[in-house]
Structure formats: C-alpha cells, structure tokens
Ligand binder design. Structure first.
Ligand SMILES: Cc1cc2nc3c(=O)[nH]c(=O)nc-3n(C[C@H](O)[C@H](O)[C@H](O)COP(=O)(O)OP(=O)(O)OC[C@H]3O[C@@H](n4cnc5c(N)ncnc54)[C@H](O)[C@@H]3O)c2cc1C
Length: 310
C-alpha cells in the first residue's frame, strides 16, 4: 500500500490538520508520501514521523493551492498510490472531491476511524449516527477529521527523502488574484486547547466582544454558533458546527448557546464542556460536563474577576 497525503500549509508552516492526517495514513502503511506546494515547508515536513518521501512542487501555478489547479495534479499523482488522504478542512474538502472525480473514483469524506484499508467509519446525520463504509475502489480518496486521530509527532532524527517534482498541468481558466487574511494573535480554532464560544444569547456585536477578554486570559480561541455569525456578532470563520468547523479542544466553554444538534455536531467530542445558559432546559446541558444556569452577563463578570485574581 502506498499513500499520498496532501499537506495543508501556508507559505511558512504546515497546518496542524496535516499532522492528524499523517497519523491516519501511517496507521495503514509505512509507505506514506506527503505532497507540499512550497519548498519552505519541506524541512518541517521531512521531520514528521511516518513520512517516507516529501514531494515538493515548486510551481507558481500551485503556490496558492487553488483547488482548480491542485486537483488535476493530485489526480495525476494518485495513479501511483492506493490511497490519497487530505484533511477534512475547507482546504481538503475543496480539492479532494474534484481530484477523485477527475480520477473517476468515489471518495469517502470525514473519516474518523480506519477499520481496515478499505473500510472506514464516518459520522452521518450531523453526527447522530456512525456509518461503516467499505469501498472497493482501486484508489481510496479520503478526507480525514482531525478530531479522530492524534497529531503525528515531529522527530528531529527523522529524515524523509525530499523529492522535487517537475510537473505542471496548465490551467488557463482560473488564476489567483489576491487574498484577505484575518490575522489574530489567538490560537487557530481547530488547533486550540481551549475555546470560548458565544451564541445568540450575547445579543449584540458589542456584547460578543466581552468574550475576547475571557479568551485572552485563558489563551483560548474564539468560536461562535451559526446564529451568532448570521447576526453579525462574529466572523464566518468562527462558526463551529455541522456547516462550520469541527473541534475537539480540552475545554469548550459555550456561552449563550442553546445546543442545537447542528452546533453539537461540531463540538460534542470536546474533552470538557462548560455551558452557561439561563434556560435550564437548553439542550447544551445534555452534553455539558459543567453547566451553569445563570445570566451570562453576570457570570462573565464574576468569572473574569476570579480569573484576574490569579
Ligand atoms: C442545515 C443546517 C446547518 C446548520 N449548521 C450550524 C452550524 O454549523 N453551527 C451552528 O451553531 N448552528 C448551525 N445551524 C443552526 C442551528 O440549528 C441553530 O439555529 C443555532 O445553532 C442556534 O444558535 P444559538 O444557540 O446561538 O442560538 P439560540 O438557539 O437562539 O440560543 C441562544 C441561547 O442563549 C440563551 N440565552 C439568552 N439570553 C441569555 C442570557 N442573558 N444568559 C444566558 N443565556 C442566555 C438562551 O436560553 C438560548 O438557549 C444549522 C442549521 C441548519 C438547518
């Protein structure tokens, strides 16, 4: 079995989701190659345990990892592999279905467990049921949920071979024009150990900002329910849930969030869940390890006062 993992990275470093995807690949085979699109990240990539080759494509065409450009490349490379894996993030979900379709193979998304090299576990119905899926395709295309696999480790003595690939599949239909990157000093939502998430209960953009101080005191990332995002309290990339990000931090603090199943689908695997809500019947309390039935504005003030004393 030979496995290709598509790395998600920016211009300087690999994203954490790549490390989790490598673990999924390495659980099936010791023959795992990692595809990167920038030589800058190849040294970091070569030190990940479980990688045999780092394949580097240093072409302007792929530098911004546009799905329209990368998918034909992945489809071409896939012919040498039994499995192609990518993180189940916006990045992987954009590229892998296209690459699978171009290769004329079915794909399996959101894998949370590898049962055998052709059988996988994945959540369905917003995480309310788990499906065991077997596929007899010659090449298995899989997106992998980070929450299902530990991160692969960096091993300073690991020396995966770095191979430059000289391959370019031209695309004249679309090209990279520019990007606006939201820069934050806080940890990235999917990699954060602690998340403070707010919902419609906060009632306004100004009130949502009250969560920032708490998040900064705890070194946490900020998250939000879809209702909070739709109401304009928080940016779109804060959204946790079925149509947002799937997270599993050590601590998830849900403030003014009712706990609709679409929200739970994105956070119920968190290790410890704390909920603050003034409705004792809010469904969030069914998954919470610690629940506080109280007014969130009073509780936030009291919590901050206690934290400030430390
Ligand atoms: C196809 C589909 C996909 C979806 N995807 C997502 C998704 O990815 N993520 C997501 O979050 N939602 C998603 N939703 C929406 C979801 O169904 C809910 O509408 C949403 O999660 C509700 O957000 P909320 O809990 O912030 O708001 P509400 O349900 O309105 O809850 C607000 C809560 O705040 C509490 N509250 C109010 N005032 C106070 C106060 N002063 N003190 C304490 N508590 C207070 C209330 O008791 C209430 O429980 C999706 C829906 C659909 C149909």
């Amino acid at each position: 079995m030979t496995i290709l993992v598509i790395a998600e990275h920016d211009q300087n470093a690999l994203k954490r989701a790549t490390y989790h995807t490598v673990t999924a690949a390495a659980s099936m085979s010791s023959d795992v190659d990692l595809l990167v699109f920038n030589p800058q990240v190849s040294t970091e990539a070569a030190k990940i345990s479980g990688i045999k080759h780092v394949l580097v494509v240093d072409e302007k065409n792929y530098a911004h990892q546009l799905a329209e450009n990368v998918a034909p490349l992945v489809s071409e490379l896939a012919k040498q592999y039994t499995h192609v894996l990518a993180p189940a993030t916006t990045f992987g979900k954009n590229i892998l279905p296209r690459a699978a379709a171009l290769t004329d193979m079915a794909m399996i998304s959101d894998v949370i467990k590898i049962i055998s090299p052709d059988t996988f576990l994945r959540p369905i119905y917003a995480g309310n049921a788990l499906a065991t899926v077997q596929s007899h395709e010659a090449i298995q295309f899989l997106t992998v949920r980070s929450t299902g696999f530990a991160a692969a480790t960096q091993n300073q003595s690991a020396t995966a071979e770095i191979k430059a690939l000289d391959i370019l599949i031209p695309n004249t239909l679309s090209q990279f024009e520019g990007e606006e990157i939201h820069i934050s000093a806080r940890p990235e939502l999917t990699a954060a150990r602690i998340i403070v998430a707010g919902g419609r209960g906060l009632k306004s953009l100004e009130n949502f900002k009250l969560l920032e101080k708490l998040a900064d005191t705890l070194g946490a990332a900020l998250g939000a329910s879809r209702a909070a995002v739709d109401a304009g309290f928080a940016p779109n990339d804060y959204q946790v849930g079925q149509t947002g990000k799937v997270v599993a931090p050590d601590l998830y603090i849900a403030i003014g969030i009712s706990g609709a199943i679409q929200h739970l689908a994105g956070m119920k695997d968190s290790k410890v869940i704390v909920a603050i809500n003034n409705d004792p019947d809010a469904p969030i309390f069914q998954v919470a390890d610690y629940g506080l039935v109280a007014d969130l504005f009073t509780s936030l003030q009291e919590l901050q006062l206690e934290l400030d004393k430390r």
